[in-house]
Design a protein around this ligand. Structure first.
Ligand SMILES: [Zn+2]
Length: 126
């Protein structure tokens, strides 16, 4: 638990901060003062537009096309074109949308290639 530089505004003791979901919580263990602010280090607040491509991982091309088609709701033809032309499956999407796509596609053997470089962790254990 990192200690912030600024002391508790109420009693002057050092504050500790922790993140809880989308909140950043600063609190003082001495007097119990506490404040919650928006956690800037959360992907929900990342306003970078990302481009996402899907790559088959350990599955056949035919399987990848079928799964991509089903997941994206596109036809098989469109899914095949996406893979053949290395077209994005999503463009100008925010970080939380990238994470949502990852959770949909990764369990199906499709890994995401994200540009620009994605700073958030994509959980491969799903
Ligand atoms: Zn305090």
């Amino acid at each position: 638990m990192p200690i912030t530089d600024s002391p508790c505004p109420q009693c002057g003791h050092p504050q500790a901060t922790r993140t809880q979901g989308m909140s950043l919580i600063a609190e003082c263990a001495h007097c119990g003062w506490m404040v919650a602010t928006t956690n800037p280090a959360h992907p929900f607040h990342d306003r970078t537009p990302y481009t996402v491509r899907a790559r088959p991982q350990g599955i056949t091309r035919a399987t990848a096309i079928a799964r991509l088609s089903a997941t994206l709701g596109t036809g098989v033809h469109a899914a095949r074109a996406i893979l053949d032309q290395d077209s994005p499956v999503a463009e100008n999407v925010y970080a939380f949308e990238v994470i949502r796509l990852h959770k949909l596609l990764w369990p199906q053997g499709l890994s995401l290639q994200v540009t620009p470089e994605f700073p958030w962790e994509l959980d491969d254990s799903l």
